[in-house]
Design a protein around this ligand. Structure first.
Ligand SMILES: Cc1cc2nc3c(=O)[nH]c(=O)nc-3n(C[C@H](O)[C@H](O)[C@H](O)COP(=O)(O)OP(=O)(O)OC[C@H]3O[C@@H](n4cnc5c(N)ncnc54)[C@H](O)[C@@H]3O)c2cc1C
Ligand code: SF4
Length: 513
């Protein structure tokens, strides 16, 4: 992004729209409204991720956590931890693996799980479908339909799938031989394999792209939006509180902290897009006389129903077989998405994963020398196994008296996840891997955080309406992962983007006629 496209202070005190946060939700919404006559201010607490050699250095990213926030949150027991989240232009999308899935059609309905019910969404797949199509075009998604047993009919992907590398191609054949239905993983990459495009390297998931060829929110949305006259991006600007009028029905201004100074900016419309945890925290920190329990919290649900997927990293290891693949993240296995072979309830999704680097593996058991890890991971094939967690009002974000975030989370639906891990371990052994490793960050994995400000039609049972406007405050929207009523078991990013596009259309039609 040219330096002139982002600034250290807003030019005006008054805008038509303020967007707080420049990630998947906020960045996309700003892009969809760029080029209108509205004056738009994006407030982003972080800075641009610098383009530097460390972008692709596993030691910098995994050992020194160079790009992660240094902020500490508390868990349910009051123990401090450093969350796996990033504050920068583009938000967490700068680090995502760019697996850009639509939720399955059935995910929008009620689904019975082993541990309870995954609730229905207040909108259908068909409502979001045109926005999924736009989202896939905007984020340049590569994929192919036909092989995935969970995917119904749909418009073709805008770009063809990424071809499997040699080792993965042979695994796909053998997976099919076991009666499974591996399908191409939908990936957002800019011109993969073409001159000047993505080079399909082995430092994508969890690393920022040094070439700017990952379809992240900065590349696809914020940068092009900020090139418009009507969009201003201010970085290093932390939204501390939202202030309302005395009735509590309107946000009047945003209190910003920047470089140790505080100031306020105003707009008739405010969109909060800080990510599911921080958006809930911002509303809670903004409590005032009209909203004593936090803004827009008449339902008591602000911060509740936090979800983040059960995720286990798995690796099949064969001592005599060095894995030659560089980019192996091209395969999904959805055979157990709605039911296991011996169970009627959903288990989840399996994806091949970017190559593990020795340094990454060493973070799990630091006493083992790096050379041993390097030898190990060179002979491994990496996978991510992911299951749905269910919304529970007691799994929640709260803020302490000093403003610090507390994340209280007791996992549920773990048996289904364990069963999926067991099932896939068996598959990997059948494929000839001698040893199968599995590791999970459990409830401290905040990468797929969602659900803290659920959307719905009943103000007593939801915080947002179906266009992500708060029920309680007329000019306040929340456009990020907060609105999810259920987490499904596919990556959330494309759904956040699609809903952001839908909300942008709504704002344009309803508020700027
Ligand atoms: C390593 C990793 C891999 C992932 N891989 C995938 C993947 O392959 N596919 C997928 O779909 N998803 C993936 N995800 C998840 C995905 O990145 C998130 O779901 C998505 O970015 C969430 O979008 P969001 O708009 O809710 O929040 P974010 O994208 O996190 O954006 C929130 C923004 O708000 C800013 N902000 C926060 N608080 C304030 C404040 N008070 N004032 C001003 N600004 C503020 C933050 O700095 C940030 O820029 C991954 C995440 C990680 C970390
Ligand atoms: S070059 Fe491609 S594979 Fe490598 S980080 Fe960039 S987008 Fe990801």
């Amino acid at each position: 992004m040219p330096a002139s496209a982002s600034a250290r202070a807003p030019r005006f005190a008054q805008y038509d729209l303020i967007v707080i946060g420049s990630g998947a939700g906020g960045g996309t919404l700003a892009h969809a409204l760029a080029g209108t006559s509205a004056r738009i201010l994006i407030l982003e607490r972080g800075e641009q991720v610098p383009v530097e050699s460390e972008n692709w250095d596993p030691e910098a990213v995994w050992k020194h956590l160079r790009y992660r926030t240094t902020e500490e949150w508390l868990d349910g027991q009051g123990e401090r931890f450093r969350p796996y989240t990033h504050y920068n232009v583009g938000g967490n999308t700068k680090f995502w693996g760019s697996v850009l899935y639509r939720l399955r059609r059935e995910d929008f309905g009620e689904l019975a799980h082993l541990d309870g019910v995954s609730p229905a969404w207040p909108i259908s797949y068909e409502t979001l479908e045109p926005y999924y199509e736009r989202a896939e075009r905007l984020y340049q998604v590569h994929g192919a339909s036909g092989d995935d047993p969970t995917e119904g009919s749909r418009a073709p992907y805008p770009h063809p799938p990424i071809p499997h590398a040699a080792n993965m191609a042979s695994l796909v054949v053998r997976l099919k031989g076991l009666g499974l239905h591996p399908s191409p993983l939908p990936l957002g990459l800019v011109d993969p394999g073409q001159a000047g495009g993505c080079v399909l390297c082995n430092t994508c998931n969890s690393f920022p792209c040094r070439l700017g060829k990952k379809s992240d929110a900065e590349v696809c949305a914020v940068r092009p939006a900020a090139a418009h006259e009507n969009v201003e991006l201010v970085t290093g600007a932390l939204a501390r509180r939202l202030l309302t009028d005395a009735t509590g029905r309107r946000v009047t201004s945003v209190e910003v902290e920047q470089d140790g100074q505080r100031y306020t900016v105003s707009a008739p419309l405010v969109v909060v897009s800080c990510g599911a945890v921080n958006s809930a925290a911002l509303l809670l920190r903004s409590a005032n006389d009209a909203h004593p329990d936090g803004l827009a919290n008449s339902s008591g649900l602000v911060g509740r129903r936090y979800m983040a997927h059960h995720a286990t990293m798995m690796q099949g290891f064969h001592p005599l077989h060095v894995n030659p693949d560089v980019f192996q993240k091209t395969v999904a296995i959805n055979d157990f998405y709605f039911a296991g072979p011996d169970t009627p309830y959903p288990l989840g999704q399996i994806q091949s994963q970017g190559r593990t680097h020795g340094v990454m593996a060493q973070t799990v058991a630091p006493w083992i020398p790096l050379w041993a890890y390097n030898a190990w991971v060179a002979r491994g094939v990496d996978w991510l196994v992911m299951s749905e967690d269910l919304p529970n009002p007691d799994n929640r974000v709260t803020v302490e008296r000093d403003g610090r975030i507390r994340l209280t989370c007791r996992p549920n639906n773990t048996q289904a996840h364990e069963e999926l891990v067991r099932r896939f371990t068996k598959v990997l052994h059948t494929l000839g891997f001698w040893k199968v490793m599995a590791y999970s960050h459990r409830t401290r994995n905040t990468t797929h955080q969602c659900g803290t400000l659920v959307f719905g039609t009943d103000p007593r049972m939801s915080v947002l309406d179906t266009f992500c406007r708060t029920h309680d405050i007329d000019n306040l929207f929340v456009v990020d992962a907060s609105f999810f009523p259920s987490s499904a078991a596919v990556n959330p990013g494309l759904t956040i983007v699609a809903q952001a596009l839908r909300v942008a259309d709504h704002i344009r039609a309803e508020h700027w006629r």
